[in-house]
Design a protein around this ligand. Structure first.
Ligand code: CA
Length: 421
């Protein structure tokens, strides 16, 4: 195998951001506006500086100045030809053999920032957010708890990617604290519901993708062009109040149990960067209806972990180890299904996977499954136990695809639970 492409910027072998990745995000240095950057090692490359110097003037960019914006939406709307071209330009400028940036100290000082000295913002103005339910093992485990193993999956589950419409306004970027919500709860043996802070506070390990060019109202996206509408993926924690959910969810699905806060990672890993980690989608039985059958559908080999650090710990303990391949429905199927009735997606919309659980006990992607609704509490290395998340707990989700000598990583999405107000 040839040696992997290298940058003139030092990148550790276990870094999530080698020259093979180049994820896009919105960063803000102190005392200047937010703009578009790309992560490389421990640095951020400021694309607005390169744009100003004329590096993104080819036809694919259609004359727009998309990288001085404080959200990725304008760049997302340009579509895959512009995304590929931008990646090619950036990869060339960062390559070990290219002198443009490497040998120009003044330009490097302008265009490169230490990640630890900038603030990351939400990558896009997210107009709409949808959360799928696409992991077989998650759906099966939750269904088993609610209805028993014989009726674990609802009859529709293997025929369509089940989803609900979430709330975009409460999506926050990694690092934000999450406040324990209040709500109505009713234990099965109680005569009437009561009101107070949720006592079954949970995380959900998910990924989500950002929509690139949208589709016109009334015009479904055929499955074989679905990925033309998908820019890239982030990690997501769909914080959940299980006791609120149990009482409110029938018959219309999740509402206040989910929409108080959803955290995403700041760096968007593009489908281009993930291409070498594609795997065939496992055979689906029953065969889906024709509109959900792609010519070459695929999944990705992405390792995913959730780590818990309580206020009494000085390290994060891994409680979930799973993989993106545990998703039954592909991202192309999710997008094709979402638009098949003519529903219009728009640039910056966020479509999430649902909790990604695998077949083993340690690959379960939320406390609900890990502790089986609190019946089997987790014991942490310092002796503490958890049925659910407690105030002061920090939950961090991370993920990466392992290449030959480098990692294409997502960084992390982290948040600490704080007490109800
Ligand atoms: Ca979810």
């Amino acid at each position: 195998m040839p040696d992997p492409l290298k940058s003139f910027i030092e990148v550790a072998p276990d870094s999530h951001f080698p020259i093979q990745n180049l994820p896009f995000g919105i960063f803000q240095p102190s005392e200047s506006p937010a703009r578009v950057g790309v992560a490389i090692g421990e640095l951020v490359l400021d694309l607005s500086v390169l744009e100003e110097l004329g590096h993104f003037r080819s036809a694919e960019f259609r004359g727009g100045a998309v990288f001085s914006e404080s959200a990725l939406n304008a760049f997302l709307a340009l579509g895959r030809p512009a995304w590929r071209k931008a990646r090619e330009v950036i990869q060339h400028l960062l390559a070990a053999g290219t002198p443009t940036l490497r040998d120009d100290a003044a330009l490097r000082a302008r265009a490169l920032h230490a990640q630890k000295e900038v603030t990351m913002r939400l990558p896009a103005r997210i107009g709409d957010y949808t959360d799928f339910y696409s992991s077989y093992h998650h759906a099966h485990n939750v269904g088993t708890m609610l209805r028993g193993p014989e009726n674990a999956l609802m009859p529709n589950w293997k025929w369509l990617p089940v989803a609900y419409h979430g709330r975009a306004s409460s999506i926050v970027v990694s690092g934000a604290e999450v406040r324990r919500p209040h709500g109505q709860t009713k234990p099965p043996d109680a005569a009437a519901p009561s009101f107070g802070p949720s006592r079954s506070f949970d995380y959900e390990l998910e990924t989500a993708f950002l929509v690139g060019p949208g589709n016109a109202l009334g015009t479904p996206v055929p499955i074989d062009s679905a990925t033309d509408h998908i820019f890239g993926l982030v990690l997501m924690n769909d914080w959940s109040a299980r006791d609120v959910q149990a009482w409110e969810y029938q018959p219309l699905g999740p509402f206040l149990a989910k929409n108080f806060c959803t955290s995403i990672s700041p760096w968007v890993v593009t489908l281009e960067a993930l291409e070498e980690f594609r795997k065939p989608l496992p055979v689906q039985d029953p065969e889906p209806l024709p509109y959900l059958r792609a010519t070459n559908d695929f999944t990705y080999d992405i390792q995913l972990e959730a780590r818990l650090e309580t206020a009494g710990m000085d390290f994060a303990h891994t409680i979930t180890r799973t993989n993106f391949r545990n998703l039954y429905w592909s991202i192309a199927q999710q997008l094709a299904h979402h638009t098949v009735n003519g529903c219009n997606l728009q640039s910056g919309d966020l479509l999430a996977s649902g909790t990604i659980s695998g077949p083993t006990e340690t690959s379960r992607g939320c406390m609900l499954e890990l502790t089986w609704r609190g019946a089997n509490p987790l014991t942490l290395p310092n002796g503490e136990t958890r049925k659910w998340l407690e105030d002061g707990d920090r939950l961090t989700i991370t993920g990466w695809a392992q290449g030959n000598g480098y990692r294409v990583g997502f960084g992390e999405v982290t948040g600490r639970v704080i007490a109800a107000s």
